[in-house]
Design a protein around this ligand. Structure first.
Ligand SMILES: Cc1cc2nc3c(=O)[nH]c(=O)nc-3n(C[C@H](O)[C@H](O)[C@H](O)COP(=O)(O)OP(=O)(O)OC[C@H]3O[C@@H](n4cnc5c(N)ncnc54)[C@H](O)[C@@H]3O)c2cc1C
Length: 376
């Protein structure tokens, strides 16, 4: 890591949003380009999706344009201690998708053919017997699955904090309770303002998660982002029975057991998101469906008590991929938001890409599919 900047140095770039993507951007701006970031966060870093998610670090089942980015991000997850001095609670464990019927297995086979034709080998098919070796407690109706062996999970709030602290050690300034309400270009500078004051820098990155569209609209680039509230449940501690993170092929489930024995249950069932008040409301019907799927797949879960449920606010795009790339209307402005419920794993690389674009206008990864121009 390079030497910190003097505290008096003015920021080279403003980063709006203190989630994993904003924190990773601030870190990479300093570490790769020697640029000082001023990171502005409306509440506190990690308050929203990045700090409250399921912690799944998954390349398995990625939408095709995301695969090169997701694989590059995975490499970073595996070497976080040397990069930022913190492992962010990352644990290497397989992610498995189970097939509950021949139709599910056919879906997984078709994907396997597609991936191999594109040269990807990070996902492998599993027959019923091998799957049961990985998941001894899975229901007998499961007929096979797919696995990504290099995946894992991490501790969300710790990951945000790890990147934020590493950025601060390199001289980035982080301000909490600093809501950006307006952005304006004046001459060669970006000026941002809100109830806490104004700030200026030549470069601007918008990593504002479910609020990103409010800012892009100000430079004439509105996008159809939908704020949603994915929900999660956690159980009491039980005897360890599950090492991999588990998902399903045709139903919604994300399921894992922590080393302390608690089991995290998610799968994308939505509560109600109110991004103006920054609050969510749980929908118990969705939680009940989520639990039913779990009990069908892992019958031993029928007697386990749920301890807590919560949800977070996530920006979801209609095509389920983020807005990642330069503004097409304004100079020195880069977007990285709308990660559509699977952006935690992408945080390390998303921030690196935004930082590279802010600093040099270029990235070595394919990002055309994520252009804000697709909504023009
Ligand atoms: C319950 C749940 C479970 C999930 N599980 C997974 C999972 O297992 N794996 C996975 O890969 N992904 C998962 N996700 C998705 C993942 O959490 C998000 O895609 C990712 O964290 C997005 O990061 P971000 O930095 O873009 O957004 P955020 O973490 O939302 O950060 C954006 C920040 O910007 C701030 N902000 C917004 N507007 C302004 C403004 N005007 N001024 C100042 N600050 C502003 C917000 O306060 C917020 O802190 C899950 C999401 C949820 C909600």
């Amino acid at each position: 890591m390079s030497t910190p900047f003097p505290a008096s140095r003015r920021p080279d770039a403003i980063v709006v949003g203190g989630g994993l993507h904003g924190s990773s951007t601030a870190f990479h701006l300093a570490a790769r380009h020697g640029l000082k970031a001023l990171l502005l966060e409306q509440t506190y870093p990690g308050r929203h999706a990045s700090g409250v998610n399921a912690g799944g670090v998954r390349t398995l089942g990625r939408i095709l344009p995301e695969i090169p980015l997701s694989l590059a991000s995975m490499e970073i997850w595996h070497r976080l201690p040397e990069l930022i001095g913190d492992d962010c609670g990352f644990v290497h464990s397989a992610q498995v998708k189970v097939a509950e019927s021949e139709a599910d297995m056919e879906t997984l086979r078709a994907r396997d053919v597609e991936l191999r034709a594109l040269g990807y080998t990070h996902e492998k098919l599993l027959d019923a017997e091998t799957l049961r070796e990985l998941l001894p407690a899975v229901s007998r109706h499961v007929v096979g699955g797919a696995v990504a062996e290099n995946d894992g999970c991490a501790i969300p709030f710790r990951a945000v904090t790890g990147f934020r602290r590493a950025a601060e050690r390199l001289g980035a300034e982080v301000r909490s309770n600093w809501r950006v309400e307006r952005i304006e270009r004046t001459g060669e500078m970006w000026r941002v303002s809100g109830p806490a004051g104004t700030a200026e820098a030549p470069l601007l990155a918008i990593c504002a998660g479910a609020w990103g569209d409010k800012i892009s609209a100000q430079v004439g680039e509105p996008v159809p982002l939908n704020p949603e509230a994915p929900m999660l449940l956690i159980t009491e501690r039980i005897t360890p029975f599950l090492a991999p993170v588990v998902g399903t092929t045709s139903r919604r489930l994300s399921f894992k057991q922590y080393p302390n024995g608690t089991v995290l249950i998610g799968g994308g069932y939505r509560g109600i998101a109110d991004r103006d008040s920054e609050r969510t409301i749980l929908k118990f019907s969705g939680l009940a469906t989520n639990v039913r799927v779990v009990c069908e797949l892992f019958p031993l879960m029928k007697t386990v008590r749920i301890v807590r449920a919560w949800s977070g606010i996530e920006g979801v795009m209609p095509d389920a991929i983020p807005v990642l790339g330069p503004s097409l209307k304004a100079p020195d402005l880069v977007y990285g938001f709308g990660y559509s419920s699977h952006g935690f794993q992408m945080g390390p690389i998303g921030g690196r890409i935004v930082a590279d674009l802010v600093a040099t206008g270029k990235t070595n990864l394919p990002i055309e599919a994520f252009s804000i121009g697709r909504f023009a």
